[in-house]
Design a protein around this ligand. Sequence first.
Ligand SMILES: C=C(O[C@@H]1C=C(C(=O)O)C=C[C@H]1O)C(=O)O
Length: 275
Amino acid sequence: MNIGEISYTNIIPLYFYLDRERLMDQGATITQAVPSRVNALMEKQLVDIGGISSFSYGKNAENYSLVPDLSVSSFGKVNSIFLFSKFKIEELDGKKIALTSSSETSVALLKIILDRFYGVEVTYKTETPDFEAMLNAYDACLLIGDDAINAYRKRGSYHVYDLGEIWYQQTGLPMIFAVMAYRNELETEQGALLSYVGRSMIESKERCQRENFVPVIERVITEHGGTFQFWNSYFNGLNYQFSGEHEKGLNLYFQLAVECGLLKTMPSIIKYSYK
Ligand SMILES: C=C(O[C@@H]1C=C(C(=O)O)C=C[C@H]1O)C(=O)O
C-alpha cells in the first residue's frame, strides 16, 4: 500500500502520530508531494490512499471512497488559500489570472466564485507557484498552502481574498479542501491495513486536537519559521472533521462545479464502513 501525504503544514495533524515504523513493517510506503501531484499519483494507481484535493475525489468518485470523519476544511477564513490581485475582485472582468499548479480544489473554487458569485469573466493560465513572477506577468494570482502563507508576508498593497471566507459568506457552509480517500480496490485487497490506517489517522487528529496542536506547531516552527501565535491561530482556524455539514458543503461545491462545466457529472459521496 502506498500512502499519499500532502507536503503542506495544514494536513500534518492527520499524519503526525502515525506509527511509520509499524506501517513500514506491514509493507506500507509513504509518498509526500503537493496536492495536484498526490491526486495524479492516485489517478495512476501509484498511490492507494491519501489526503487528496476534494475536487479530485469529485472527478474520480466512481473509483474512490472516503475514510470517514477526516478532511481539511474551514468554516470561514482558511488563511492559506489566497487570491492576490492588483484589482478589486469585482473589477477583474477581462483580466488575466495565474493559477498555482499545486491545487485542484482551490482552482475550481476560484472559478466558481468569480463566475457564480461575482459574475466576472477572466482568462486563466496555470503556472508554477511563484508570487513575484506571477504578479509580474498577470493581474492576479491564486496561491495555496505554504506558498500562500509565505506570499501573504510579502503582500504589500495587493488586494488579498481568502477563498474559504468568500465561500462561507456566500453559502453558510464549510469549504472542504481535502478529503481522505482510497481506491475502492483497497477494501478487498488490503482491508485490514485500510482499517488500521483510517483509525490511526483519526487517533492522530484527535490527539493533536487534545494537545491544542502544540507539538505540531513546535515542529512547524523549526521547519518553516513564523511565530507560535500565527501557527496556533492557523491550526485552530482549520477543521478536520467530516460531518453532515461538511457533506452539504461538499455537495454544493460539486453541484456548482457541474453547473460551471468543471465536473462532468454529480459525484456520489461514499464512505468506508469499518469492519
Ligand atoms: C488548506 C489548504 O488545503 C489544501 C488545498 C488543496 C487544493 O486546493 O487542491 C488540496 C489539499 C488541501 O490540503 C491549503 O493548501 O492551503
